[in-house]
Write a protein that binds this ligand. Sequence first.
Ligand SMILES: Nc1ncnc2c1ncn2[C@@H]1O[C@H](COP(=O)(O)OP(=O)(O)OP(=O)(O)O)[C@@H](O)[C@H]1O
Ligand SMILES: [Mg+2]
Length: 230
Amino acid sequence: MSTPMSERLVLRDVSVRYGDVVAVDGASAAAVPGQVTAVTGHSGAGKTSLLWAIGGLLDDGQSSGSITLGDKAIGDERSSREAGAVLIPQGSALAEVLTARDNITVPLVAAGMRGAEATALADRTLAAVGLDEHGGHLAEELSGGQRQRVAVARGLALSSLRLETGSLVLLADEPTSELDHDTRERVVALLQDVARRGGSVLLATHDPEVADVAAARWHLDDGRLDPALP
Ligand SMILES: Nc1ncnc2c1ncn2[C@@H]1O[C@H](COP(=O)(O)OP(=O)(O)OP(=O)(O)O)[C@@H](O)[C@H]1O
Ligand SMILES: [Mg+2]
């Protein structure tokens, strides 16, 4: 049995550099499993860079410092994937010529789920974000907000799969930026539910109302994370 609730995510002196640009500058912080932590800061402050460092998604040499989940060092592609890092990317990143449903089933099957189960889980998560009628639509036929909800549903489905077998760090990068008020509340509630089920959820957002529902906050200012802020 895994014990995801006991896995603390700890960052020590994490920096991200793109050539001469210092996007994250010596960030140290901890996230408690079972909680949503809002990652806030102005555009360009380093939110995406920090999430990508945790997800092990940056190129070699772009990040430095130490990131641990429980007693495991993470922060490269393999270790972060094995530790259960799941990204809901800023801008959705859907495969245009696949249906909404297949944008979810393909990564689930790649992660080891059987086809019929993956389809059922995809349909459940699409329904959870209010897209039960849209599973068969091509991604390129969807509106911006609908595409964002498919990306959220994909992240939720992969999170469910992970929570069955081990720890989860859900990296949600501005997942509500294109949503109306009610849909935004619905998505935030779904992310809180993932946290309640034992995941660590990092939620990058510009939206103060969304940040306010999080139990904790990491605030970035020009790449510097101020741990003194709530
Ligand atoms: N691939 C890259 N190459 C060079 N610089 C980059 C790259 N990606 C990001 N940056 C720079 O790093 C800094 C932080 O960018 P990042 O995307 O992490 O910010 P952000 O807080 O997510 O912003 P936003 O709210 O606009 O999404 C910015 O100055 C940006 O220009
Ligand atoms: Mg960003």
